[in-house]
Design a protein around this ligand. Structure first.
Ligand code: MG
Length: 340
């Protein structure tokens, strides 16, 4: 087999909706597509860096440039060893860790001639994914609900003083199941309890990250009381975070861009099962590369929020299908993506 080679390109992806309160950074995102080839097959990965985790596109491309030789020396088949090396080399960029891990898994599965979900002993059938309604101003809620008409489960972002108005407008137009992400927005236990109690009567399925990640002791006070499951997102970053969330949360949201890829995501699955935590898989705004990689292990989850690729207008890749929230995996080898 030939020596490995790595290449990458920055892609500017734009969201379907221009946010009216346009901070321009919210209508486009620069992701980095990474390709690792063995001379015959190519594996694809994607880094969608997030400022929340001190990551950036520039950081990703600089690391790729500076550590090219180290990347092409990583082992294709031994995921554990590879992940340990990736974490040591790229401790500053979680999204690049994810991109490399994905690209190597894609390449490995292609070398085996199998779809990756088969290699990872996951199933084709998986839960219905939610579709996220980003909240800008109240006038935009109706058009966004129209855009989402085929999706049976919606995820909405609350956690601002406008919560009641937003829910009011949504419930004027739809009684669909809603998943609420407060994104650390409620600052006291009292406020969180008031909001959760109020939402529990409105066909809401669960609450994601009700309070700031720093306030874990406060969040723990909601655990036994809460009428709705509470799911960790900002508190559930890496595998080592999972044991400490038992008794604090009811579930964890795994994202490839936070945890460093599929290898660590699988570790988080095992840890969550051990600690009796429910499993959710989420994403950033991502192309079909990262979403197709995540969907490979979608069958291990109770809840899916893998809508990144359907939120964007110019996906450079074709991969996993999304029909009214039902994700359709291909039977092609690897993660099943190709350029559009
Ligand atoms: Mg979240």
């Amino acid at each position: 087999m030939m020596k490995l080679a790595v290449s990458w390109e920055v892609k500017r992806i734009t969201t379907k909706f221009e946010f009216k309160i346009a901070r321009s950074a919210e209508s486009f995102y620069d992701v980095v597509i990474v390709k690792i080839t063995d001379g015959e097959q190519a594996g694809y990965g994607e880094a969608a860096p997030s400022r929340r985790y001190h990551d950036s596109t520039t950081q990703v491309t600089t690391l790729l440039e500076n550590l090219t030789n180290e990347i092409i020396s990583l082992p294709v088949q031994d995921a554990e060893l590879r992940q340990a090396k990736i974490e040591a080399l790229f401790s500053d960029s979680l999204s690049l860790q994810a991109a490399l891990d994905m690209a190597f898994w894609d390449l490995h599965a292609k070398q085996l001639g199998k779809p990756l979900h088969q290699v990872l002993a996951a199933e084709i059938e998986m839960p219905i994914s939610s579709y996220t309604i980003g909240i800008s101003d109240l006038d935009m809620i109706k058009p966004k609900l129209d855009e989402a008409i085929t999706y049976p489960i919606l995820k909405i972002k609350l956690g601002s003083p406008q919560d009641e108005e937003i829910m009011g407008v949504i419930r004027q137009h739809t009684d669909k199941i809603l998943r609420v992400d407060a994104n650390e927005g409620w600052k006291t236990v009292d406020e969180a309890k008031r909001r959760i109690e109020w939402l529990a009567g409105q066909n809401v399925e669960f609450i994601e990250q009700p309070m700031p990640a720093m306030q874990l002791d406060d969040i723990a006070k909601l655990h036994d009381w809460s009428p709705l499951p509470i799911v960790a997102d900002e508190n559930s970053v890496r595998p080592e975070d999972v044991p400490g969330l038992s008794g604090v949360y009811h579930g964890i949201n795994i994202k490839l861009m936070k945890c460093g890829g599929l290898t660590n995501a699988l570790k988080m699955v095992a840890l969550a099962q051990k600690h009796h935590l429910d499993l959710m898989m989420g994403c950033m705004v991502e192309t079909s590369v990262a979403i197709s990689a995540a969907a490979q292990i979608g069958s291990f989850m109770r809840w899916l929020d893998l809508d990144g690729n359907v939120l964007i207008a110019n996906d450079p890749f074709i991969g996993v299908g999304n029909v009214a929230g039902k994700l359709i995996l291909s039977n092609e080898p690897g993660i099943g993506v190709r350029r559009r």
